[in-house]
Design a protein around this ligand. Structure first.
Ligand SMILES: C[S@@+](CC[C@H](N)C(=O)[O-])C[C@H]1O[C@@H](n2cnc3c(N)ncnc32)[C@H](O)[C@@H]1O
Length: 256
């Protein structure tokens, strides 16, 4: 997979209240190669009760409209082709989606909303594809501290679970599909701390290496993920950075 430049893939999203600007002085644990000018203020991203400007029904309407566009996108079709030959070889019990961002962001940013909806639509279509090849129901869990009451109501109305951090991290097992796009190192670190999941969709090692340098990366769990998995670049959402610098990792059958 071609490695992507961290700087080329900085997101244009504006920070919400929970995020603050930091200067790029040195190597900082916890930063994301995608948002290297913004970082979490330790401890201030809470499982909060941020106010809502949209209702869960409003979010559902937007979701239907954006999902309709997603269904006919080239990205969706390429994803389908990537997964089709692999479905029979993977037994997924549950799927945990980390950090989509809010569907009702405080500044009402359309870019952030669209990204959250497309990432959700991609997650659900991957689960759906695996569900069709499985006799057991794949449980879907969402963990995003930025969710407000409407976000949570919307996800629950879709029939899925919302958990507070760190419950999602604790639920990752060897048969879990972990999905988290453009997250911070500390979030990924917690998601892969317990075990290597059956599938991990997120920032691959080579992107972190470009950010930290291979000598200073010093991340044993990511090395293990990289060694035990096959990987393929996540297809682009044409014209958008929704899945930039993201790879789909599958744990190889002979690895546990
Ligand atoms: C850099 S943003 C990425 C948002 C979006 N996925 C994107 O591609 O732009 C990181 C996201 O992780 C979320 N986050 C922070 N702590 C988290 C945690 N403990 N568990 C899950 N998500 C978390 C933040 O609220 C934020 O939405």
């Amino acid at each position: 997979m071609a490695s992507a430049s961290a700087n080329n893939h900085q997101q244009k999203a504006r920070p919400e209240k929970e995020w603050t600007r930091v200067h790029r002085k040195g190597r900082r644990r916890g930063k994301s190669p995608h948002h290297d000018t913004y970082s979490e203020i330790a401890g201030t991203v809470s499982n909060s009760t941020r106010s809502s400007s949209l209702s869960a029904c409003d979010i559902m309407e937007e979701h239907k409209r954006i999902t309709h566009q997603w269904e006919s996108s080239a990205c969706r079709h390429k994803l389908h082709e990537i997964f089709e030959p692999r479905i029979a070889h993977l037994d997924i019990s549950d799927a945990i989606c980390f950090g989509t961002g809010s569907f009702d962001p405080e500044d009402g940013s359309w870019e952030i909303k669209r990204k959250a909806h497309i990432q959700l639509a991609a997650f659900l279509s991957i689960v759906d594809q695996f569900q069709r090849g499985s006799s057991r129901r794949i449980r879907c869990v969402f963990q995003e501290p930025a969710f407000n009451a409407s976000d949570k109501g919307f996800i629950r109305a879709l029939g899925h679970e919302v958990v507070d951090s760190p419950i999602g991290f604790e639920q990752v097992s060897p048969s879990t599909l972990v999905f988290g796009i453009h997250l911070y190192r500390d979030i990924y670190a917690q998601a892969i701390a317990k075990c290597i999941p059956a599938m991990f969709i997120g920032t691959p090692r080579e992107v972190w290496e470009e950010c930290y340098g291979s000598d200073r990366l010093n991340w044993v769990e990511l090395d293990e993920l990289n060694e035990k998995c096959e990987k393929v670049k996540f297809p682009d959402d044409a014209g958008y950075t929704t899945f930039s610098s993201t790879a789909i990792h599958w744990r190889r059958c002979d690895e546990t």
